[in-house]
Design a protein around this ligand. Structure first.
Ligand code: ADP
Ligand code: MG
Length: 703
């Protein structure tokens, strides 16, 4: 990270105490290649050995203590597995019992010596007596042993490393000489002085020393705060630089008029009144596209909030200005559904739209290609087939990407190249990315939220039931179906063992069939192993209402819209993540009927699993659920952020450190807006740091 020819760039095996063998292990096990990687390998905790306690001080509330004293007596008790070594440890204030269950013989030999010991460990109470098992022991060097000057760091380690003499504690034997060698030269300040002062940040060099070896808890906290701030601040500066540069350099297509397509549709064919949120987002899109810059917007709207109509109206806006547009969906099912739905809405307008997917036949495909190249097709809806190189547009003005928040920078860039002036881009997602995360991971996109559902929706009732109630659940499902509604039964798709989930699904299908006799009920089934046409057909039958029940794996997860479906039963619900459960549940509650989501599980559940299900039952609010998800799993696991590459946080926690993040964001934005080339003298250090860490080429692209 440091760049340049700093000592921190040295290969790790050259560090005192490492050598080729341990060097190899550190590389393989912890990705520690250079000195600096070890510096960034932060302790997971510290143990306080700066004080020597007395036995008299110990109370039932005491946790770890360090004592200095003598072993006055020891004996071996018990037989075989129950064998243990018990010793009496005395200082000038009292007696405490020490116990060893493992290595008893070896320890007993050690204790033969009459010596002054320094012991450290966790106190427990046994029959009212203080006791310590397996204390750490070392010989005190003098009658009056000195405590350590620093808290002792314990590092993340692995089983392999532990076996080769690099336990979490032993790694400290490597970091200490490293820290002692460092000077301010290797770790110069990178945050402008004014900010350091106003936030009272510890200088960078000190912070690195003290995060490893702090003299006390308070100093450690200061070091941690400084480094977390640095991490978030630098990330925000980079995102701001990228955003500003794009705004400055990317000329955008101008949609400056609202014409007949938009107006006629809005006045005559819109099947409902837009919600306030839909209107607001449309306004944002119109402002974006009318200012001469390229739009890059992320639209987050909870499941069922009505993103499709926003997409449609935006595409009509493009058509009014003489431009083509495309709408891209992640699956064929979804693309087809969009195509069918939008064609119906647009049937009275003189506009041509076509569907392009992987299974479009060659002849039709050729027609579509030439129609797009000549400009006779204004709107194309489809899958990734749309961004293939063969697809050439006459004048693509707007590209909408539905339900693919994973649509990364590289893929967006592919869309930009479809047009001389890059088209406006709108990425729509129902995955409620928590605000803090969006700010960090998608800081280069503008960001809209639709936080309002169309009127008349009834909240979905979510219930958790264990397997023994399956009969009852099926009866309930039947009563709903008998009222004319439809139902989903969902099975988990476990990536690692697709075979297993396939068998589960088949078994489930048979089971559902046994509850719902064939002459009375029709069942659709969709799973990942089916050929696309068959999937399509089954799905379509359910959409049309020809089947009442849809048994499926999670392939129906995104986007599908069957408003008449009012029950969803999720089998083995504990196997799903929170956000995924929420996505699934969003398939019901799309009409005006009361809807239900029933989470079936066995009665053996982990704490984590219980919490997730409880949250699902307690709220329908996608944002709350996403926050919880982030809390339970950490940002690395949230779908989409893993691949984003923008999140490379080692210390900061996006939930716990929201306050620091907000301050970092504010200051970074101010700084970049005031000095977008980082030329002011007070920003020199920051500029140097960015150039070194990003490499000159990357830097030249954003500066
Ligand atoms: P999503 O945001 O999940 O993509 P959709 O666009 O599929 O949601 O909309 C969900 C359902 O809500 C559709 O049946 C759609 O016709 C309906 N809908 C969308 N906007 C409104 C509105 N303003 N009033 C009433 N119904 C609406
Ligand atoms: Mg949708």
């Amino acid at each position: 990270m440091q760049g340049g020819s700093s000592m921190l760039q040295n290969p790790i095996e050259y560090l005192k105490g490492v050598g080729p063998l341990k060097g190899d292990l550190l590389r393989k096990e912890l990705n520690i290649f250079r000195f600096e990687d070890l510096l960034y390998h932060f302790p997971i905790r510290h143990i306080d050995r700066t004080k020597i306690n007395t036995i008299k001080e110990i109370t039932p509330a005491t946790e770890y203590v360090q004592l200095s004293g003598k072993i006055t007596f020891h004996e071996m008790l018990g037989q075989g597995r129950a064998k243990r070594l018990v010793a009496e440890f005395r200082d000038s204030t009292g007696i405490i019992e020490l116990v060893w269950f493992q290595g008893a013989n070896w320890v007993a030999k050690l204790l033969e010596k009459s010596a002054l010991w320094l012991i450290y460990g966790k106190v427990s109470f046994f029959n009212g007596k203080a006791q310590m098992s397996h204390p750490e022991m070392e010989l005190a060097e003098s009658q009056d042993p000195a405590a350590k000057a620093f808290l002792e760091p314990i590092y993340p380690s692995t089983e392999k490393l532990k076996a080769r003499g690099l336990s979490g504690r032993q790694i400290g034997k490597l970091t200490l000489p490293l820290i002692q060698m460092l000077s301010e030269k290797e770790l110069p300040e990178n945050i402008p002085e004014a900010i350091c002062q106003s936030l009272q940040l510890m200088p960078r060099f000190q912070a690195y020393c003290y995060i490893h070896y702090p003299p006390d808890e308070a100093t450690f906290k200061q070091a941690l705060r400084r480094l977390k701030f640095e991490e978030l601040f630098i990330a925000q500066v980079r995102l701001n630089l990228i955003r500003i540069r794009r705004g400055r350099h990317s000329k955008g297509i101008l949609f400056d008029k609202v014409g007949d397509f938009f107006n006629t549709f809005y006045e005559k064919h819109l099947p409902f009144t837009l919600t306030g949120a839909q209107k607001r987002v449309l306004k944002e899109i119109r402002q974006d596209t009318a200012r001469g810059h390229q739009m890059n917007r992320l639209l987050q709207g909870d499941v069922g909030s009505g993103k499709t109509i926003v997409a449609l109206l935006s595409m009509l806006l493009a058509a009014d200005n003489g431009y083509q547009s495309c709408l891209m969906a992640p699956t064929e099912i979804l693309a087809t559904q969009h195509y069918t739905g939008l064609s119906a809405l647009l049937k009275d307008l003189p506009i041509t739209l076509r569907l392009l997917t992987g299974s479009t036949k060659t002849k039709e495909r050729r027609q579509i290609f030439s129609g797009l190249a000549e400009g006779t097709i204004q709107i194309v809806i489809g899958t990734h087939a749309i961004i293939e190189d063969k697809v050439v547009f006459k004048n693509l003005g707007l590209a909408i990407v539905d339900e693919q928040h994973r649509f990364g920078v590289a893929q967006r860039a592919k869309l930009w190249q479809k047009s001389v002036i890059p088209p406006h881009i709108l990425v729509m997602t129902a995955t409620p990315i928590p605000r803090t995360l969006a700010m960090t991971a998608y800081g280069d996109l503008d960001y809209s939220v639709m936080d309002e559902l169309p009127p008349g929706r009834q909240p979905i009732t979510t219930l958790h039931r264990t397997d023994i109630y399956r009969m009852k659940v099926m009866r309930f499902m039947r009563s709903e179906i008998d009222k004319g509604r439809q139902a989903y039964v969902i099975y988990p798709l476990i990536e690692e063992s697709e075979k297993l989930s396939y068998e589960d699904l088949m078994q489930g299908y048979e089971q559902v069939k046994s509850y719902f006799p064939e002459h009375l009920y029709k069942i659709s089934m969709v799973h990942g192993r089916m050929p696309p046409e068959q999937k399509e057909m089954n799905m379509q039958r359910f959409v049309n209402g020809d089947t009442q029940i849809m048994v499926s794996t999670t392939v129906i997860e995104v986007g599908v819209n069957v408003p008449n479906a009012s029950v969803m039963v999720i089998e083995s619900a504990e196997k799903f993540g929170l956000s995924q459960l929420h996505q699934l549940r969003g398939r019901v509650g799309r009409g005006s009927e009361k809807s239900y989501c029933i989470l079936l599980t066995s009665n053996k559940l982990s704490e984590d699993g219980k919490q997730r299900l409880a949250i699902m039952c307690a709220t329908n609010d996608g944002f709350k659920i996403a926050e919880k998800d982030l809390e339970l799993r950490g940002p690395g696991d949230i779908e989409g952020t893993r691949q984003s590459g923008a999140l490379n946080l080692k210390l900061a926690d996006l939930v716990a450190d929201q306050e620091i993040l907000l301050v970092a964001k504010k200051l970074a934005t101010q700084l970049v807006e005031a000095d977008e080339k980082l030329e002011l003298p007070q920003n020199m250090m920051l500029r140097t740091f960015l150039m070194q860490t990003m490499g000159k080429t990357a830097w030249s692209k954003i500066s």
